[in-house]
Write a protein that binds this ligand. Sequence first.
Ligand SMILES: [Zn+2]
Length: 271
Amino acid sequence: MRTRSVCQARLVGVLCTLACTAWGCASTTLRQATPPLRSPARYTATPLAGPIRTVVIDAGHGGYDQGTAHFGLKEKHLALDIAKRLRAELQDAGLSVVMTRETDQFIPLGGRPAIANRLDADLFVSVHINANRNRRVSGIEVYYPRESVVASSAEWPPAVQPTEVATPSWTMKQVLWDLVLGRTRSQSRRLASSILRTMRNDLQVSVRGPKPARFVVLREAWMPAVLVEVGYVTNQIEAQRLASAEYRQATAQSIASGIISYIREVGAQHI
Ligand SMILES: [Zn+2]
């Protein structure tokens, strides 16, 4: 798309974006260097079978917490845009989808997995944009929970009756949740691998992971949970890509493909 920004006429290249404070400015001022994208496979041919029906999508940051911001792009806006596109893709595939936020609002970290826990959702997917002091660093990373920490006020795991526990204590509750969540963590890793695979193939970018992490949004989710860092906004090439609606759409489709292929795997094992 030809630029129409006044700022391009005054500033050169990357510096131009420093003057752009409004969301969307950078998308018209960064040089277009988006490589051709491979069209992700569509997935509506066969209805999804298996136990996974509800996915909670978490757009990172929001409100006064803008996340990382470079080249005139703000993480909170990019994450929400990709999350909404991802919702549409998953709904097209027949899944029920709930967003932790649909607008530019702040939600505390712990409140995000709590939404998924309350809904008894089957998957939790958080979308973020990465940053690094070294501007050459680029690529996609997908994280899964290293460990889960259950708050003392948490419910007992489903299927456990407190009256059946000899010494009901927080330690006992933690041990029982560890048993439940240990399996969940291995599923999280599989989900992360599946998303990385499709993103590497579809978007032609380097990928790292899956990586374990102690992010609050992951460790407090009681279902398979992943956090996708869809690229480095500090890297000029990736910022250019992320500024493009076409690339954000391809990213959302690719994440959706990864989620759906994971669901198909789980469904196949469930039969
Ligand atoms: Zn973030």
